[in-house]
Design a protein around this ligand. Structure first.
Ligand code: HEC
Length: 153
């Protein structure tokens, strides 16, 4: 009897759980620029996206993907991000963005002890994109690795 209940409960909760974690997984890439809790103005230009209506996020991502918007001169950068997402991934990440609540997430992140390495990398990336408007995340990653190798020698 107990087992049966447990199985039913698992079946019920599983899809919800995987939905949430998939959005979080995708958002990790966005977090580099928009902040772990979505409360960062990306490159000091964009709006804080935490809590945006999911439909608005989806619409905006589509517009970037189609090259239709370039709000602050970094449209190409967002186009590169949006192009990597299919419709379903956009939906899932949009839902995650909608549910981002800065104060709450900040506390969760603190509890999870986000590594200082990650924070340093974020700061490095931000600096990189400030200096290289047409830079790519790939190149930034290479430079970061080089930087790490040099500083740990
Ligand atoms: C490399 C840095 C970077 C990454 C990664 C990134 N963004 Fe952005 N994002 C930006 C910048 C810069 C802008 C402003 C673009 C412009 O000039 O229109 C922006 C704009 C946006 C906007 C519109 C904000 C506004 O002010 O209108 C949304 C929504 C958004 N991004 C969502 C996302 C999502 C979701 C992801 C992950 C799939 C993501 N971004 C990944 C840098 C980034």
């Amino acid at each position: 009897m107990f087992l049966k209940k447990a199985i039913v409960a698992t079946l019920f909760f599983l899809p919800v759980a995987s939905f949430a974690s998939e959005g979080e997984k995708i958002y990790k890439k966005c977090a580099i620029c928009h902040g772990l809790d979505g409360s960062k103005k990306s490159l000091n230009v964009s709006e804080k996206i935490a809590g945006w209506d999911a439909d608005k996020v989806i619409k905006t991502l589509h517009s970037y993907k189609d090259g239709k918007i370039d709000k602050y001169g970094f449209g190409k950068m967002m186009m590169g991000q949006a192009t990597k997402l299919d419709d379903n991934q956009m939906k899932v990440v949009a839902k995650f963005v909608e549910e981002l609540k800065p104060a709450k997430i900040k506390k969760e992140m603190k509890d999870r002890h986000i590594s200082s390495e990650e924070l340093k990398y974020n700061a490095f990336l931000k600096d990189y994109f400030k200096k290289n408007r047409n830079g790519t995340t790939k190149e930034a990653k290479q430079l970061w690795r080089k930087h790490l190798l040099e500083t740990t020698k």
